[in-house]
Unconditional design. Sequence first.
Length: 269
Amino acid sequence: MKISKKATTIAIVNQKGGTGKTTTCENLGIGLAMEGKKVLLVDADPQGSLTISMGWQQPDELPVTLSALMAKAMNDQSIPPGEGILHHAEGVDLIPANIELAGLEVALVNSMNREKMLKQVLDSAKREYDFILLDCMPSLAAADAALIPVQAQYLSAKGLEQLLQTVQKVRRQINPKLKIEGILLTMTDSRTNYGQQIDNLIRGAYGSKIKVFDQTIPRSVRAAEISAVGKSIYQHDPKGKVAEAYKSLTEEVMANAEKQLKRVAERGR
């Protein structure tokens, strides 16, 4: 397997809950692994939603989580290769999180460069992976790009403007290289007029300025079940419409990454 010299780091973000951030992080990550990519998922949420969804049902009992690694970075301690990384049966690695992360965030208020602690943790892993996917808002400072899942509802669409302003603020103040990977419509129902109207609303309002993924993620009871079984949608419902949707999304993300690498290579000539 060819390992990239520097991983593409994508933050899956939306300040609004229930948009499919964790589900997208897990299934996009495993989809990339199925395509032969080496993938690290990072749970940056004190609730440990991604950790639980991937089968570690008691995150508070894990010996090393993201908070411990960030504390080491804050104290200028070295992080041994592979420390805290869990290996999932479907071919991805995970840095888990638990409630300790909430306490660490309080400590980081008085830390210099607090926004960059996560980036420092990940810098050592960047040469070991093709993709690093981050689940949660604070991860924008450490990312190359932001992928924004948006539930196909009117209020979710209206809240998108606030999130885009946050991305612009992070870009100005902390991470000038941050790009928007794209807007991903989730929990869609193309059979209804309402669903089609929301799709048209978002593509009409943002499609000329920001990539809106061609692929949408349909609403599905089977997809909602995966957080309880510790498996991706590819194992839980491999022939279902959601698995097919995440396969298509994976192809789009890989194509975007390849285009970006090509641009970087051309600029370096």
